[in-house]
Design a protein around this ligand. Sequence first.
Ligand SMILES: C[S@@+](CC[C@H](N)C(=O)[O-])C[C@H]1O[C@@H](n2cnc3c(N)ncnc32)[C@H](O)[C@@H]1O
Length: 277
Amino acid sequence: MPARLFLSSGDLVADRRFEFARDLQLKGDLAAAADLLLQATELAPGFISAWFTLGEIREQLGEHDAAIAAFRKALIADPEDRHGASLHLILLGAEKLSAMPEAYVRALFDQYAPKFVKALVDDLGCGTGLAAAAFANEVDHFIGVDLSPRMIERARATRLYAELEVADMVQGLRDKPDASADLVLAADAMVYLSDLAPVLREVKRVLVTGGLLAFTVETHGGDGVILGEGLRYAHSAGYVRGSIGDAGLTLARCEDLSARNEDNMPVPGLVVVAVKS
Ligand SMILES: C[S@@+](CC[C@H](N)C(=O)[O-])C[C@H]1O[C@@H](n2cnc3c(N)ncnc32)[C@H](O)[C@@H]1O
């Protein structure tokens, strides 16, 4: 696991209280940890990491309303939401499903980047380039787009990419000319988008006729899109099929296949291929 995000309060005493609170939390003394975090936020009322951690502890203690209150404080203190407090508010039923905060995704993957191993194609959410490596024999011009600067640095080191951009994937596609890509690839990246319509619309525009879109999602047995416990969206098969049709693409394949394990169990997923006909 990467280091946990910590945003200093700027007050040394409050930061020390936070550190003690984290020790207590990890040892399972949640009530004492919560007390210390409250003290830290009294010293530094805008202490984002303390409010966020207090929210997590309240959640662990089953204190639903207090958890919501703490996550809201974290969000007020940090409107760009680097910790992802808004996602916890969604899981707690306090907010409606919405897009993932860009600052949260960027911070998360900037921390992950050092731990990641190892055509004219747009590779969306390219990460360190694992998917690009799998397609390297078939492709002579990869363009990688990713929100995380550190992931882009790692991708650059693979020398697989002709172009790399730090950008949101929809924005990255918007800058590309019409009919300029043979393949658009998004391996384990659409799980960070709640609404697939904007990205699919841009994919349709940048693909050449006969061009392919290939991506993975996590899925669930119900309808529509939900946020999973792992803070990744799960798109139902019906939603994926509908969105592809609405974008004017033709579904070529939609297979039940898991892209990753969580707690040694495969997370239900779909591998999807669509064509611009
Ligand atoms: C699990 S990694 C994918 C790994 C990558 N496809 C590979 O093959 O190495 C998910 C990536 O998606 C990126 N990401 C998430 N949301 C994004 C967005 N809206 N726009 C661009 N990149 C995004 C993250 O920064 C992260 O690098």
